[in-house]
Structures are given as C-alpha cells and as structure tokens.
Design a binder for this molecule. Structure first.
Ligand code: ADP
Ligand code: MG
Length: 622
C-alpha cells in the first residue's frame, strides 16, 4: 500500500482549533453550514472552470451534495461532486490558514480582544473547515481533483498537531470526482447523526444553496398504516419498483383479492368465489431525499418572498451570522436584462475605518444562473459602495466573461448605473425607517463610505447628500440630516454654516460660534476628519452654499456700515500695531463683527486651509 505521510499543521492552525473548540462550543451546529458551503463552493468552482475546459466534466455525474448519517455509530458523511483537491491543495487548504473564512475569524478574534475581549463576537463568524472539529474527534477527507488521476485521503484528529495524507486504494471508495468528508462524532455529539436532525439543520441553514442537497432518510409507512388505510384503498407498493440507491429495510406479506379483471374471467369458467393472492409490501426503506430549495431566490417573484427568506439567503450566501440591515430585490428588463438582490450588512466586517478593502468579494456575479465570480465587485460598484453585498445574474454577458470584458462592456456600464441607484434607494429606505436606530447603526458603520462618495462620485451627489448626518450646535447628541438643517433655517438665512473640529466639545467652545449662537443660527459640527473635504466637494445643498464660519469674510447678513466705519476709526491704529508686532505670523489683522464676548479670534484666509485641515495635514506628515 502507498505510504501514509504525516504533516505538521501550521502553528496558527493548531491554535485556531483550540480556540474554535473552546469558544464556539455553544454554537456547534454551524459546522454543517460551513461544510455545506465548502461543498457548494467546490461545485461552483468546477462549473465555472468547465465553461472553458469541458474535459473536466468527462465523468458524467450530477452536481450535487449528499449527506448520509449513521446514527448508531455517530458518523456523518458529506459528499460533493465538485472540484476536489490535489495532494498539494490538501496541504495548502487544510493544513494552513490562508483562507478567507478562517482569516476573518482570526481578525474578529483579535479585534474583539483589542476591544476588551467580547467572546460573543466570535459566534458571528464562520470558521470554515475546522469547525468540523466542533463535533468530530476524527475527520477523514477523501478527495479527487479532475486535475489528478489519483484520489487522496486526509485524516486529522481533534487536539492533534499533525495530520496524515495517503492515497486512496480501496476501489469501493473511489469517487468519480469531488470530495467525501467523514466525521466521526464525539461521544456527546452523536445526536447530530440523527437523519431528522441533519435534515432540519439543512433546511434551516442551507436551504438556498444553489445545488441540490440530498439527505439519506428512512421512508415508508408503518405496517399499521398499510393495513388499516392503504391496503383497503388497493394501494400497494411493490418491492420491484425499488432500485438504484434505495436500501430496503423491511417488507411484509399481505393477502389481497385478485385482480377484478381476472375475477371476471374466472366467472366465465363458472367459478364464483374470489381468489386471494399474496403481495409483498415495502414497509421501510432508505432513500435520498431532496432537502433544499434549488431554484435561486432571485428568480422568484419578489412579492412572494418573505423577509425571513431574504435574510436566510443572505446568511447562507455570504456566510454571515448577523441579519442584514436592508435588502432590495429587483429585475430590469429591456435594453439590459438582469436580476439582483442587494443587501446592506449590519456591520462593517473590516472595521469602520477601513474604507478601501480591495478584496471584498461582496458581489456574486452569475451569468444565466451559472456562478462566475465574486471577484468583480470593482467593475459593478464604485469603491465607496463596496460594502453592499449581493448577487447579480445577467442574461446578456458571455459565460466566459473576464475582467477585461467587463471593463469594456456597455452592458456592464448600464448595470452599474442601475445597481448604484438601487443601492441608494435601499439606503434611503433605511434612513426613512420608523426605527431611527437602524440608520444610526448604518451611519456608524458606513457613514465614512458615503462621505468618500462625496469626494469620488460627483454624479451621485444628489443621492448621497440627503443621507449624510452631522452633529450641530443645536443637536450635540443626535446627528441631523441636511434636510433637517434646512428646515430649521431662519427665513433670511442663505447659507449652511459649519465648523470643522476634532470633537463636538471643542467645536462648541470655539469663539467663532459666539455671534452665530446669539442669532440662534444652527452650525454643523464636522468632527470626522473626512467631513470637511466631503462638504467642500458637495459645495451646496438645495441651492444653499456650505460656509465655513472659521474663514474670513463671514457674512451673517447683518452688516452695519455706519458702525463698522466708527470701529475702524477707533481701532484702526490698534490693528496696525498688532500686525506690526506679529509680523509674518499673520496675514492680516482686522476689526470683526463676528464676536460677542471674546476679544479676538484667529481665522483662516478665504482660500486657505481651515485650521482643522491644517491640523490634519500636520498630523499626516508626522
Ligand atoms: P474558505 O471556505 O473560507 O476558503 P475553509 O476553511 O472553509 O475556508 O476551507 C478551506 C479551503 O479548503 C477552501 O478554500 C477550499 O480550497 C478547500 N476545501 C474545503 N472543502 C472543500 C471541498 N469540499 N472541496 C474542495 N475544496 C475544499
Ligand atoms: Mg468555507
């Protein structure tokens, strides 16, 4: 027999396995979802690759996932007919952490530790393949890649620092292609091998996987039901109908009246009594049962899909553990035909400050139902909307679509426009929700993205601006929208006033505010570093200009020229004297009407940087 080779796990893997087992014990059942999602990914990969390489499908087997349980021995087998793994891939994928799901988990763990160690957070993440060890103490992965003519067996145990790989030699166990995972359950977890329990879990967690998932189920009617209800209705199931995968468990014999047509024949012969005949009735058998819904959700009529179904689909598809904040399901026809379901996640996975994560994999592109790639986010959405997740299924793109094709395609340009519009509608929907907290949550997580949009997407200013939120001199605890600001403007107020600062506290203590507050005008407090640039890019909202109250020439519409002349005469010389003393440190010293109790204030030139900006630039250059 070929040798069994032993490998050490990468150090992080051992550590990760410890962590998983110790922190996820209360949420063990996630293992099934993770393993099914891997099987589904493997099928997606094969289907996609076979578009350009039909040779891969030389073994004519269906694309499906089968789960078989042995409740007496506590064994679960999950078999897919996907892309499988070569020997090297087994080492790379199951012995090291380079993979998305697990990497995400480790990052979450680190972040939660940094933030004071909230271990509940971990439950929100999928941990991928290793979650098998939540319930199993031994895992065997037998797999065959169409790239290799050999099948390999990976074998690992919980709490071990190494695993083995050998070649499969048992002809009974050879697969046409794909992967068969066998979990030998821990003593306390054998309950998961109950066929009904597995079926329930599949229905709960994986109902929207786009490949059929079959579970191995016991079927048939009890003898009692047969005898009391079915046989009197002349309903028999003959033994001989069963073939293929089914396994017979039990049968019994019944005596039935002979076929009436034959009875008539007998009558002609002059014999009148009815003849009895024995039949074999199948009582119990095992068979594969389709357990999930295979029609993609986006093909269904939006009117007939419930919020729960959308949320479940989201969690399944994106391996998320939290419900989304909002979803939008739409179809466009005419010039370009595509269907899509978009979502706004509840939290920003990479942290609120990570605006530009180049590898988001948030948009899954399908062409005529075939999964193409989740690598084309950048082609379908502008970067500042990269937090939007969703599926997009086009009928107009070629199956072998590449990034180059996408970038040049007129169809994609139209799709992109529509997707962006729908994404904004969806966000606007959250902002109008009765539940103010929803939008607060959204803003907290993705507000920065929209502000980036002010800078990067002039074309959509009209859509972004109503979604912005700021603190203000009249609303220091709760953020307000620009619409709220405009509604609250004084009848003769022409501009929208703002001041940029590093916090609400320092904003409200600046001397620039004095006069304005006296007049009961509202001032927006821009306290996020990106705010000021965003506002400067917007320039105006509803034809009202944004005006920085820290710049010179602030016009509050109350110029009293008489008084100004008087003041200039009285204090002109004082100003000259101060300017002489300060020299180059200031550009100008002048009389101002903007203060009421402070004696003087430093302002920025109209075309210069604001003090806040200067502070930021300084901070950047260190
Ligand atoms: P992720 O799915 O996020 O990449 P996992 O830990 O779940 O991380 O899986 C690790 C890798 O192992 C996958 O990326 C894939 O390459 C490989 N893998 C796991 N299960 C299968 C499978 N059933 N068929 C083929 N490859 C698989
Ligand atoms: Mg996975």
């Amino acid at each position: 027999a070929p040798p069994v080779e032993k490998y050490e796990y990468q150090a992080e893997v051992s550590r990760l396995m410890d962590l998983i087992v110790n922190s996820l014990y209360s949420n063990k059942e996630v293992f099934l979802r993770e393993l099914i999602s891997n099987a589904s990914d493997a099928l997606d990969k094969l289907r996609f690759m076979s578009v350009t390489d039909p040779e891969l499908l030389k073994d004519a087997v269906d694309f499906d996932i089968r789960i078989q349980t042995d409740k007496d021995n506590g064994i679960i087998k999950i078999t897919d007919t996907g892309i499988g793994m070569t020997r090297q891939e087994l080492v790379d994928c199951l012995g090291t952490i380079a993979q998305s799901g697990t990497a995400k988990f480790l990052k979450a763990l680190k972040d939660s530790k940094d933030a004071g160690g909230d271990n509940n957070l971990i439950g929100q993440f999928g941990v991928g393949f290793y979650s098998a060890f939540l319930v199993a103490d031994r895992v065997v992965v037998s797999t065959r890649s169409p790239k290799s003519d050999k099948q390999y067996v990976w074998e690992g145990e919980a709490n071990a620092s190494s695993y083995t790989i050998r070649e499969e030699t048992d002809p009974e166990k050879l697969l046409p292609r794909g992967t068969c995972l066998t979990l030998y359950l821990k003593r306390d977890d054998k309950g998961f091998a109950h066929p009904e329990r597995i079926q329930r879990l599949v229905k709960n967690y994986s109902q929207f996987v786009s490949f059929p998932i079959y579970t191995w189920q016991e079927k048939g009617f009890t003898k009692e039901v047969w005898l009391n209800f079915l046989c009197p209705l002349n309903f028999y199931t003959s033994l001989f109908k069963f073939s293929g995968n089914c396994v017979l468990l039990s049968t019994f014999q019944v005596e039935v009246d002979e076929d009436p047509t034959e009875a008539t024949k007998n009558e002609q012969d002059g014999k009148t009594e009815k003849k009895k005949k024995t039949k074999t009735v199948v009582e119990k058998y095992w068979d594969w049962e389709l357990t999930n819904e295979t029609q993609p959700l986006w093909l269904r009529n939006p009117k007939e899909v419930s919020t729960e179904e959308y949320n479940e689909f989201y969690k399944n598809t994106f391996n998320e553990y939290l419900e989304p904040l909002a979803s939008s399901h739409f179809t466009t026809e005419g010039e370009v035909e595509f269907r899509s379901i978009l979502y706004v996640p509840a939290v920003s996975p990479m942290g609120k400050d990570d605006l530009v994560n180049p590898k988001t994999k948030n948009i899954r592109l399908y062409v005529k139902r075939v999964f193409i790639s989740d690598d084309f986010d950048g082609e379908l959405f502008p970067r500042y909307l990269s937090f939007v997740k969703g599926v997009v299924d086009s009928n107009d793109l070629p199956l072998n679509v590449s990034r180059e094709i996408l970038q040049e395609s007129r169809i994609v340009r139209i799709m992109r426009k529509r997707l962006v519009r729908k994404a904004f509608d969806m966000i606007l929907g959250i902002s109008m929700s009765e539940n103010r907290e929803d939008y607060e949550k959204f803003w907290d997580n993705f507000g920065k993205h929209l502000k980036l949009g002010c800078i990067e997407d002039r074309e959509n200013h009209k859509r972004i601006a109503p979604l912005l939120r700021f603190f203000s001199s009249q609303s220091e605890a709760e953020m307000i929208s620009l619409d709220e600001y405009v509604e609250n403007m004084k009848p003769d107020q022409k501009d929208i006033y703002y001041i940029a600062s590093d916090s609400v506290t320092s904003a409200k203590n600046t001397p620039f505010l004095e006069k304005i507050l006296e007049k009961d005008l509202e001032v927006l407090f821009l306290v996020d570093p990106i705010d000021e640039v965003a506002i400067q890019n917007l320039k105006s909202y509803k034809e009202k200009n944004f005006v920085d109250i820290s710049k010179e020439d602030l016009d509050l519409g109350d110029k009293n020229e008489e008084k100004e002349k008087e003041m200039k005469q009285e204090f002109g010389q004082t100003c000259d004297w101060i300017k002489k003393r300060l020299g180059d440190k200031v550009a100008n010293v002048q009389i101002s009407s903007r203060l009421s109790s402070s004696p003087c204030v430093l302002v920025s030139g109209k075309f210069g940087w604001s003090a806040n900006m200067e502070r930021l630039m300084k901070a950047q250059s260190v």
